[in-house]
Write a protein that binds this ligand. Structure first.
Ligand code: ZN
Length: 236
């Protein structure tokens, strides 16, 4: 094979490689990705708020259970004492003691009732708050799920386009000598994807700088020809 043929193939190969680069860039910069990051960030923030409020609610519910349990005990004790008082048959001192006991228990009962009410007043709004937040979380999760689908579909489409170009690239690379391929890949890495330029009207297609006639002569003495300014492979 001739080197000239190889160099022209290299330009075609580079077109395909640049198209792949653009597709890879497109894959990473889909507008839907920014939307997804935004939505999933909001979703995570909301989930953290819910976890915190759930913990708070659990603590308050335990306090409420405890207060209600204590209120039950007080009510039972009060009923027993009242029954004993109403039944009579005690002497005056015992009756007075029982009366004072009933009075004290009523005081404790009233205190515990207001404690229970206080807790209910905090627990109820917190429960309905949490319900609303959980509904919001469910709809955010749904939105995030839809965006994930949208991203998967867009990526599948881009990946299919990349695969088609990879196949073309493999075909184009077949006749190119291995040493030239290595040089091409090295230059692509160090020259922002552009390893080869065509010399058009004395100007390098890679760096867009002009080469004088003696410079063009010198460039052509390289194997393969290279631009004297940017050292890219030059297709003369
Ligand atoms: Zn150049």
């Amino acid at each position: 094979m001739t080197l000239d043929g190889g160099l022209a193939d290299l330009l075609d190969l580079q077109d395909v490689d640049l198209a792949i680069d653009r597709l890879l860039h497109q894959r990473q910069t889909l507008p839907v990705l920014a939307e997804y990051q935004n939505q999933s960030g909001e979703r995570d923030r909301l989930a953290a708020v819910i976890a915190e409020k759930r913990g708070e609610l659990r603590g308050l519910e335990l306090d409420l259970d405890k207060a209600e349990g204590e209120l039950d005990i007080l009510e039972t004790k009060l009923k027993e004492s009242e029954t004993r008082l109403f039944a009579g048959g005690m002497n005056a001192r015992e009756t007075e003691q029982k009366r004072l006991e009933v009075q004290a228990l009523r005081g404790q009962q009233a205190t515990m009732e207001s404690r229970v009410l206080e807790l209910i007043e905090v627990v109820d709004p917190l429960r309905s708050d949490l319900e609303k937040l959980e509904e919001e979380l469910a709809s955010r999760n749904e939105r995030v799920g839809l965006l994930e689908n949208e991203i998967s579909m867009a990526w599948a489409e881009i990946d299919a386009q990349i695969a088609r170009r990879e196949a073309t690239k493999n075909e184009l690379a077949q006749p190119i000598p291995p040493d030239l391929m290595i040089l091409y890949e090295q230059l692509r890495r160090s020259k922002e994807g552009v390893a080869v330029g065509r010399l058009v009207n004395g100007t390098c297609g890679g760096c867009h700088l002009a080469l004088s006639i003696p410079e063009q002569q010198e460039a052509s003495e390289w194997e393969p020809p290279r631009c004297l300014h940017c050292m890219r492979i030059l297709v003369l």
